[in-house]
Design a protein around this ligand. Structure first.
Ligand code: NAD
Ligand code: UD1
Length: 340
């Protein structure tokens, strides 16, 4: 049975991926420093799978600690690397922290992979690398644009670092460029836990519905889209998690075409902010108090994935609907409110 190290495995996407890995028969070890997650997530994972993953609280920037970890745990067959800081606005305020956390962690991790002959590496990238796209839907061939934020830049640099390493080592890697992950596990045992005021749309909607926030601000209705609000590709986090399992299997089975591959992971469907608000209202019966405000600086008009490459090469496709994702997000929000 193969053992996969999941960094950031107690975070939002990591925790859902751990569950899918366990379901697919992998043993899972998690490293997380709990900087943006809670140890309780381990219990949530265990309740879903009836299997407690191995967990080590460790900061990936702790070079000695990480090296010791790999010396002790010689049984790792592959790595899925989620651990990173991800708040776009915060990265503008603290660029050095973002470069340090996201890049140093990656380098130390890859150093250990090469030292211990761990050749399978899946990386969490983002559609943010495409910036304002020239053409829609966005294919993997679309040019990577000058990053708007240090966060976005860390994803671009990370992809380049991995690609360079793949050229001269046995490491084979897949970078998954996520579009907008939303929703929670259908059991409501795990989900997104935003710290403070949510920056992302769906947690802000669910907190508004729960009465934690008074009003949702819709950032602009004067974009060049049918209803004037921005368009994104919202993907259910469970579908996204499954994409990691198939990507991992592809490189374990040596099915890759080149040693470093990139796949868009989205639904292929674009929805506007107002469509999401109205879909949420319809599926949950909750009215959302919202108002249209000015555009948010840095937002691009419209972004959605061309998923043909993932469909044909990974044999993966998003199966869950926007409505299912929004309902799961709402159930999760209710669950965490009831527990507090
Ligand atoms: P998250 O913050 O919920 O999870 C990241 C986890 O990594 C957290 O549990 C955090 O405690 C841990 N971590 C951070 N720095 C660490 C370090 N130095 N050492 C050990 N652990 C550390 O974020 P997420 O939404 O699950 O995102 C996972 C990955 O996907 C990130 O790389 C993120 O940039 C990328 N991504 C996320 C989105 C999104 O919308 N959520 C979109 C595109 C890409
Ligand atoms: C943002 C990041 C992106 C990151 C992604 C997931 C930017 C520019 N991009 O994407 O790099 O990968 O999060 O973490 O920040 N909206 C509102 N009101 C709100 C919140 C959002 O109207 O209160 C709108 C936004 O204008 C946008 C859409 O909802 O049009 C989605 O926003 P969000 O969830 O923040 O994701 P992105 O901006 O697409």
């Amino acid at each position: 049975m193969k053992r996969i190290l999941v960094t950031g495995g107690l975070g939002y996407i990591g925790s859902h991926t751990v569950v899918e890995l366990q379901e697919a028969g992998y043993e899972v070890s998690i490293i997380d420093n709990l900087s943006n997650s809670s140890i309780d997530v381990l219990d949530g994972i265990t309740r879903i799978s009836n299997k407690r993953p191995h967990f080590k609280q460790l900061d990936l920037r702790d070079k000695k600690g990480l090296s010791d970890y790999f010396e002790v745990h010689q049984n790792i067959d592959g790595v899925i690397h989620f651990a990173a800081s991800k708040a776009v606005g915060e990265s503008v305020e603290k660029p050095l922290f973002y470069y340090e956390n996201n890049i140093t962690s990656l380098i130390y991790l890859l150093q250990n992979c090469t030292k211990h002959n761990i050749d399978h590496f899946i990386f969490s990238s983002s559609c943010t690398v495409y910036g304002e796209p020239d053409r829609l839907p966005i294919t993997e061939e679309a040019p990577v644009k000058l990053a708007i934020s240090p966060y976005g830049n860390t994803k671009q640099i990370s992809e380049e670092i991995i690609q360079d390493l793949c050229k001269i080592s046995d490491i084979r890697s897949i970078a998954l460029r996520y579009f907008n992950p939303i929703g929670a596990h259908p059991t409501s045992e795990i989900g997104e836990l935003p710290l403070g005021i949510p920056q992302n749309l769906v947690p802000f909607i669910t907190q508004t519905a729960a009465g934690v926030r008074e009003q949702l601000s819709v950032f602009g209705d004067d974009y060049n889209t049918p209803d004037g609000s921005c368009i994104r590709d919202y993907i259910h986090v469970v579908d996204l998690a499954k994409a990691h399992v198939v990507a991992l299997k592809r490189i374990i089975d040596k099915k890759e075409m080149v040693s470093f591959e990139i796949f868009n992971i989205g639904t292929g469907q674009g929805n506007s902010v107002l469509e999401v608000v109205h879909a949420f209202e319809k599926v949950t019966g909750q009215k959302i108090n919202y108002k249209i405000v000015n555009r948010r600086p840095g937002d691009v008009t419209s972004v959605y994935a061309d998923t043909k490459k993932a469909n044909s090469e990974l044999h993966w496709k998003a199966e869950l609907t926007l409505e299912e994702a929004l309902l799961s997000a709402w159930k999760w929000e209710q669950k965490i409110r009831n527990n507090n």
